[in-house]
Design a protein around this ligand. Structure first.
Ligand SMILES: NC(=O)c1ccc[n+]([C@@H]2O[C@H](COP(=O)([O-])OP(=O)(O)OC[C@H]3O[C@@H](n4cnc5c(N)ncnc54)[C@H](O)[C@@H]3O)[C@@H](O)[C@H]2O)c1
Length: 439
C-alpha cells in the first residue's frame, strides 16, 4: 500500500498503514458523518458482500501519482460496477504511468482512452467536464481546496485525499464547499482511512460506550526517517520543480505535521469528539537542512488543549537514523486505549483487545463512499470533519513556526493564503525557513 520511496527503513508507512488484508461555515455545516455504530453495521454488511453493488459509477482521477493511482485501483476493487474514465495530472508522464497501471491492474475497468487524459496546470477542468460521477483528488494538498470546490460545483461526488488544505483560507474554502455538497447530496469521503478501519471503529465505539470512562488526555506520534526527494529537472520551470518535490514546500504540503501527522491528530479529535481549542508548539529543522528539503521543519511537538480541560500531546519527526513510531494512546478515567493500524487494546477496569478480520481500509473507504452514492447506505459527507482535523494540524504548525500560542478561533480566521490561484510554469513560490519569534 505504501506509495513512497523512503531513504531508510524505520517506521515505514507499509509497516503502520498497510497491515491488513483489509468561522461561520464551520458552525453551520452539519452533514451526516460515519459514526462508529453505523460504520460497524456497514462493515458487517460488507463482510457478507465484500463490495458495493448497484448503479454504474464512472470515476475521474485528478493527481495521478502513487496515491491517485492507488485510490483508483482501490475504487475498482471496491465495486464491480465502477470504471475509471478520465485522468488528469500536471505531468504527461504521470498520466501515462497511471493509464498503464490501470490498464494492467484495473480488472478490465481501467482502460482510459487518450481523449480522456488531461495534462498541465488546470487539467482538472478537463476531467470535471467529462461525464464522470465521482472524482478522486490526489494532488499535493495545496491544490485540494480549489479542486474540491471545483469538483463540488461541477456536481461530482468526491473522494479527496488528506490533508485537505495547507492554510486557514483553504480550510474555509473546504468547509464552504462541503456545505454546498451537503445541499446537493453529493457524497464526500476523505483518505483518513483509519475512520474506515475495523480496529479503529471498534475501539472508538468502546470509548463512546464508556469502556475507558471519560477520555481526558491523549498522545499521538508519527516519527520516522526521511521520505523521497526529487532532483530538480533543468527542463522544467522553478514552480514545476517545486510541484514535483512538493513534500518540502509548505505551500504545497503544509509541512509534514499537516501532510502526514494529520492521520494521528484526526484520531485524537475523533476520540475526544472535538477539535482542539488552543495549542502551544515547538519545532525546527536540525537534521534535514539542505536546500533540496525546501523550507519545512523536520520535527514538531504540540500540546493541544481540548474542551473541558482535556489535552493531547502530539509529536512528529522525519529524521533518518531515529526511532520510528506511529500510534495513538487515549487516557480515560477508567482505563487507557492503545491504538495503531490493525491493533487496539484497553488496559484498565474493562480490559479489551481487538480481534478478528481487519479488512483493508483503503478499499473499505471506497466501498463506504460508493454505497452512499448508490443509496445502499445513508448520505455520507466527511468534509467538515477532515477540514477540522487539517486545521488542527495547521494550527500546530502555525504555533511552531511563530513561537506564538494560538487559539482555534483566531487561527481559523487567519487570512493566510499560501497557494497561487493562477498557476502557470514560471518562478517558484518564495519562502524562508521559519524562525520562531521572528516568523
Ligand atoms: N491516505 C494515505 O495513507 C496516503 C498515503 C500517501 C499519500 N497520501 C496523500 O495523497 C496525496 C498525493 O500523494 P502521493 O503520494 O500520491 O504524491 P505523488 O507525488 O505521488 O502524486 C501527486 C501527483 O499530483 C500531480 N499534481 C501536482 N500538482 C497538480 C495539479 N495542480 N493538478 C493536477 N495534478 C497535479 C503530480 O504530478 C503527481 O503525479 C497527498 O495529499 C498525500 O498526503 C495519502
Amino acid at each position: 500500500m505504501e506509495q513512497r520511496t523512503r531513504t531508510q527503513p524505520t517506521a515505514s508507512r507499509r509497516t503502520f498503514l498497510g497491515t491488513s488484508g483489509a468561522v461561520a461555515a464551520a458552525t453551520v455545516l452539519a452533514p451526516t458523518v460515519l459514526t462508529p455504530s453505523r460504520a460497524l453495521a456497514q462493515d458487517a454488511a460488507k463482510d457478507r458482500k465484500g463490495v458495493s453493488r448497484g448503479k454504474a459509477l464512472r470515476v475521474g482521477v485528478i493527481g495521478c501519482g502513487g496515491r491517485g493511482t492507488g485510490a483508483a485501483l482501490n475504487a475498482l476493487e471496491a465495486s464491480p460496477d465502477c470504471t475509471v474514465v478520465a485522468l488528469g495530472d500536471v505531468f504527461p508522464e504521470r498520466v501515462a504511468a497511471a493509464a498503464d497501471a490501470l490498464a494492467k491492474n484495473g480488472r478490465g475497468r481501467g482502460n482510459v482512452p487518450e481523449k480522456a487524459r488531461f495534462t498541465g496546470f488546470g487539467c482538472e477542468k478537463g476531467v470535471l467536464a467529462t461525464d464522470c460521477d465521482l472524482v478522486i483528488l490526489a494532488t499535493p494538498p495545496g491544490f485540494r481546496p480549489q479542486q474540491f470546490a471545483a469538483a463540488v460545483d461541477a456536481g461530482k461526488h468526491v473522494f479527496f485525499e488528506k490533508p485537505v488544505a495547507v492554510d486557514p483560507s483553504g480550510v474555509r474554502t473546504v468547509l464552504e464547499a462541503a456545505e454546498r455538497a451537503a445541499k446537493g447530496k453529493q457524497c464526500v469521503v476523505t483518505g483518513t482511512q483509519r475512520r474506515h478501519e475495523r480496529s479503529y471503529l471498534e475501539a472508538i465505539a468502546k470509548i463512546r460506550e464508556g469502556a475507558i470512562g471519560r477520555p481526558v488526555a491523549a498522545r499521538c506520534y508519527w516519527n520516522q526517517g526521511g521520505l523521497w526527494n526529487k532532483e530538480p529537472d533543468p527542463k522544467l520551470s522553478e514552480i514545476e520543480n517545486q510541484v514535483r518535490n512538493w513534500l518540502y514546500h509548505t505551500w504545497l504540503s503544509g509541512d509534514h505535521i499537516v501532510e502526514q501527522h494529520v492521520h494521528n491528530i484526526d484520531v485524537v479529535n475523533w476520540a475526544m469528539d472535538a477539535h482542539p481549542l488552543r495549542c502551544v508548539a515547538v519545532g525546527g529543522r536540525q537534521a534535514r537542512t539542505q536546500p533540496q528539503y525546501g523550507t519545512i521543519f523536520d520535527h514538531f511537538a504540540v500540546d493541544f488543549e481540548y474542551p473541558e480541560d482535556r489535552f493531547a500531546a502530539s509529536m512528529c519527526r522525519q529524521e533518518d537514523g531515529t526511532d520510528g513510531r506511529v500510534d495513538e494512546i487515549v487516557y480515560g478515567t477508567d482505563g487507557t486505549m492503545f491504538l495503531r493500524s490493525g491493533y487496539a487494546e484497553i488496559r484498565g477496569r474493562n480490559p479489551w483487545k481487538f480481534s478478528g478480520a481487519n479488512p483493508n481500509p483503503y478499499v473499505v473507504e471506497h466501498v463506504d463512499l460508493q454505497d452512499a452514492v448508490r443509496g445502499n447506505a445513508a448520505y455520507l459527507n466527511e468534509g467538515k470533519r477532515i477540514a477540522e482535523s487539517t486545521m488542527s494540524a495547521i494550527m500546530g504548525r502555525m504555533a511552531a513556526y511563530t513561537g506564538k500560542d494560538l487559539e482555534w478561533d483566531v487561527a481559523i480566521k487567519d487570512p493566510m493564503d499560501l497557494v497561487p490561484h493562477d498557476l502557470k510554469p514560471g518562478p517558484g513560490v518564495a519562502s524562508k525557513v521559519p524562525v520562531p519569534g521572528q516568523a
